[in-house]
Design a protein around this ligand. Structure first.
Ligand code: FEO
Length: 394
């Protein structure tokens, strides 16, 4: 069925209902995802982005409902990553005269992915491309989230196509924000930002400021994943501004891994201390909880309490993977403290503190290390540790 998102502009993407891991296994997609491509029917028939390779046939089928694929004149390649470029090689076979537009980095990146001899025209920020009754305006967006990334703005239709930015991994039979539950949509948007864009927050804020200064009307944001923002595009721009500025709430995330339950007991006692201070908290066992969801919760939290039992003089393996992922996201304006149990020689608490400090996360108070199983007195210390942490946040 044709999906016309604006006059003569069609969604021709694919819904990947069953994907559960993205970017290798760095991101779990419990709601699946979509690969959004858009077809603009004008004097020059123009496709904006393609889809993940295994879904190329689905995109071509959708296009064929509107025009013969062979009639496409232009492809706008906003991003090299294969979930958006995966059908280009097949497209070029069907349309050997197609001209591809993108950034210099896109040209280089596509070459290193597909080794094709394609007709590629490099475009720069604010360059326009007339495709008939419409003009497209390009806006380079390096590191949102790859060096090649670019936004395309359809000024005549007031539609921004920013590729990955403002996206969500959210499979649905619906295409628009006013057709899906807002809480689910914002939850997926936050998860997406936290796990993919957080480390580029400075650039996100700068790019939004740059777009605002252009003073261009935007009535719709059509990203390359998930739902299209048409009800209130300002909502997701506002959320990105907040996340990009590392604005937080008085909330604590306690994330730990335990070997025989001692660190878990400490975590629970700390959480009671947090709770007694009236502070909101969420608590996660890193060995059993989806890391993607924990990271999402950390996006809005001001305080992080990280725990691990000591194993081989360091932290446990799930905690280690988690810390390694977290440090790459470069959270700012947060306070953290560390806790954990040990047997004969500690190590995990110091190791975690060192990594957090080296990555700009301030340690609020000395860590809490407890040998073997915590005694009632030690659990009381853990409770007070939680209370002290709450006070440090306020
Ligand atoms: Fe959705 Fe960076 O690819």
């Amino acid at each position: 069925m044709k999906c016309e998102i604006a006059k003569n502009i069609y969604w021709v993407g694919a819904v990947d209902w069953n994907v559960r891991n993205f970017h290798g296994h760095t991101y779990t997609t419990k709601r699946g995802t979509t690969y959004n491509a858009y077809l603009i029917v004008d004097e020059k028939i123009t496709l904006v982005d393609t889809v993940h390779g295994p879904f190329a046939h689905e995109m071509f089928e959708r296009i064929r409902e509107i025009v013969p694929v062979e009639k496409i004149d232009y492809l706008i390649a906003n991003h090299v990553e294969t979930d958006h470029s995966g059908a280009i090689a097949d497209l070029v076979k069907l349309c050997p005269k197609i001209r591809i537009f993108g950034t210099q980095k896109c040209k280089e990146g596509l070459q290193k992915h597909y080794y094709g001899n394609w007709d590629f025209q490099v475009v720069k920020s604010l360059e326009k491309l007339k495709i008939g009754s419409r003009s497209l305006t390009f806006l380079e967006a390096p590191m949102l989230h790859w060096p090649d990334s670019m936004f395309t703005y359809l000024g005549d239709d007031q539609i921004l196509m920013p590729n990955d930015a403002f996206g969500q991994h959210y499979a649905s039979s619906r295409r628009f924000d006013d057709e899906v539950p807002e809480a689910d949509l914002m939850d997926e948007a936050a998860k997406y930002y936290a796990n993919i864009l957080w480390s580029f927050s400075g650039l996100v804020v700068k790019k939004i400021e740059e777009v605002v200064k252009l003073n261009i009307p935007i009535r719709m944001i059509a990203p390359s994943h998930g739902i299209i923002w048409r009800k209130d595009p300002g909502k997701i721009i506002g959320a990105y501004t907040k996340w990009g500025k590392n604005d937080t709430e008085n909330k604590v995330v306690i994330a730990y891994e335990t070997m025989w339950g001692a660190t878990e007991k400490i975590a629970r006692a700390i959480s009671e201390g947090i709770s007694s201070s009236g502070m909101e908290f969420k608590i996660f066992d890193l060995a059993v909880t989806d890391r993607t969801e924990v990271i999402k919760e950390m996006l809005s939290a001001k305080g992080y309490l990280i725990g691990s039992s000591t194993h081989n003089n360091g932290m446990l393996t799930n905690a280690a993977g988690f810390i390694d992922f977290l440090k790459g996201l470069k959270p700012k304006n947060r306070l953290a403290s560390v806790f954990g149990s040990f047997g004969w020689a500690g190590g995990a608490v110091k190791e975690i503190e060192k990594i957090l400090e080296e990555n700009g996360i301030k340690i609020a108070q000395p860590g809490l290390s407890i040998q073997y199983m915590p005694s009632p007195e030690e659990l009381k210390r853990a409770f007070l540790f939680g209370q002290e942490f709450s006070r440090n946040l306020l």
